[in-house]
Write a protein of this length. Structure first.
Length: 521
């Protein structure tokens, strides 16, 4: 754990403590279960009431999952899908896979069939841990399925985990880009070690007496899985598991009250929704937020309504929690994200890979424990992610008195309601509709979500456009996921195109910004 001392000393004196053998299952479960089995690991509200799950119980559940995976033939290096919402079984499934030396693959419960198929095919999944709802979604894929109902009643005896090293593959998390299919960021067993300093900073030194951690973000995403669930378990901080069909400020306040939540990760969209409804959540000790920059107005509201200074953090699936604010260490600077997290060397570089004082590409130096091993089975994309010794984030930024200021995305990824959404996957889906000739998808500014997905569609000759917009929304929602569908669809006679036939998204984005400006005037 980080020791509280002046930031400069904390940063200068930090080094990664990576042992020769390292396994995530031991970090988040087995180690605690061996010494404090009665310590609370999870506060489970997912079943309607409250149930406290100890580390001993989590270990027992994970061992039962492990036995079921072994019966399905899972071995070291195999990929194990986890298609579950926030729940003890979700946590146990990852732990069981890691203990076996397998690679867990988080899958989002709201994914449609095509989105699931893409990830199943690319990862080579053979077995998925899920529930009854997930079983229905996975029907016909020919997978081995493990559910809570199919687990053996008892794990029986004890079993040592497969010995693994920090760079051995542990988890495969898919991320959206602007071109092609979603790419799988493959991480080693050092991923959690790499996350912990940033998580601790963003929660004003998480791990204080009485801390209880929760996020409405799904555990299928890196923000839920490695910014909340696994760090909380590793630090001995109880983590709340709570399912909500749809986020509401009322549910948020109820969950925090029932579980005695002290620490939350709220994506910017959640903060905007709470602010819009005038919600207050008493008793919080820390609030962390990431995914999009917050403005001074939101920070001021946080102090007034939530009673804390919101700590912003920065990162991405490929290398997360690399910069953060920390009110316990230094005052936030309005408009800036924060300062580099100990252990991560950040820079703003130019086209030649040299550090610059002006605007440039935000990059992370190789050697960060949170950095991915590679893009799964995609050496070309892996090579393109790096410029010399630096991993490119795809974002533009500048330095301001030692603070990192986010300027904008270099690519066309859409930041909506805490999700990073690649337009290519949505465009490919829409192009399968018989009425669509061409399409361009961009983010349109939105006061609550940050951006919404907007599709500009050129219909096929003779296609009837009446009612087509709603049909196309449903088309994407059913095949990909409910957070990916275009909330607005506009029909054009032609799209702005390059001479080589590529959609000029820059012009579509300018059009969307102009539409928003006109709507607000």
């Amino acid at each position: 754990m980080l020791r509280k001392r002046p930031y400069d000393a904390l940063f200068a004196g930090f080094h990664w403590d990576l042992p020769e053998e390292l396994n995530l299952a031991h970090q988040v479960c087995d180690g605690w279960a061996a010494v404090e089995p009665e310590r609370i690991a999870l506060i489970d509200l997912s079943g309607g009431g409250r149930r406290d799950v100890t580390y001993g119980q989590l270990w027992e559940l994970s061992r039962r999952v492990e036995v079921a995976l072994i019966e399905k033939g899972v071995m070291r290096g195999d990929r194990v899908g986890v298609l579950l919402s926030q729940s003890p079984l979700c946590a146990a499934a990852h732990v069981a896979a890691w203990r076996l030396g397998a690679i867990s693959v988080p899958l989002f419960k709201l994914f449609g069939r095509e989105a699931l198929e893409t990830r199943i095919d690319d990862s080579g999944l053979g077995v998925v841990v899920t529930d009854a709802e997930g079983q229905a979604a996975l029907a016909g894929f020919g997978l081995g399925l493990v559910t809570g109902e199919s687990l053996p009643r008892h794990a029986g005896g004890t079993k040592a985990g497969v010995p693994t090293e920090p760079d051995d593959a542990a988890v495969l998390i898919y991320t959206s880009g602007t071109t092609g299919r979603p790419k799988g960021a493959l991480h080693g067993h050092r991923i959690l070690t790499g996350h912990l300093p940033g998580v601790e900073m963003s929660h004003d030194f998480l791990g204080q007496r009485g801390d209880v951690l929760w996020t409405p973000a799904d555990w299928a995403w890196i923000g839920g899985l490695f910014d909340v669930l696994m760090p909380g378990l590793a630090l001995g901080v109880p983590v709340v598991a709570a399912r909500t069909a749809k986020f509401t400020p009322a549910d948020c306040a109820r969950i925090c009250a029932e579980a005695g939540v002290k620490n939350v990760f709220f994506p910017p969209t959640v903060l905007r929704m709470l602010k819009a409804e005038g919600a207050t959540i008493p008793g919080l000790r820390s609030v962390a937020s990431g995914g999009e920059p917050l403005g001074p107005e939101m920070l001021a509201w946080g102090r007034e309504a939530l009673g804390v200074t919101i700590n912003e953090f920065y990162g991405q699936t490929e290398c997360n929690m690399v910069a953060s604010s920390c009110a316990a260490l230094f005052e936030p600077k309005p408009g800036a994200i924060g300062r580099p997290v100990p252990g991560h060397r950040l820079a703003v570089i130019d086209a030649e890979g040299l550090e610059t004082e002006g605007e440039g590409d935000i990059a992370v130096k190789r050697g960060s424990a949170a950095m991915m091993l590679e893009y799964w089975r995609n050496p070309r994309a892996t090579a393109a992610k790096f410029r010399g010794k630096w991993m490119l984030t795809g974002d533009r930024g500048t330095w301001q008195d030692g603070y990192l200021r986010f300027v904008g995305r270099e690519d066309d990824v859409i930041a909506s309601a805490g999700y990073r959404i690649g337009p290519a996957e949505i465009e490919d889906c829409l192009l399968t509709h018989p009425a669509v000739a061409t399409v361009g998808v961009v983010g349109k500014p939105d006061e609550i979500r940050g951006e919404i997905v907007k599709a500009y569609v050129v219909p096929r000759p003779g296609a009837e456009t009446e009612g087509l917009a709603e049909e196309l929304k449903g088309w994407v929602r059913a095949r990909l996921a409910s957070h990916l569908y275009p909330r607005e669809v506009a029909f054009l006679d032609a799209l702005p195109m390059t001479v080589t036939g590529k959609v000029i998204r820059k012009e579509l984005k300018a059009r969307a910004r102009a539409e928003t400006k006109e709507e607000r005037s």
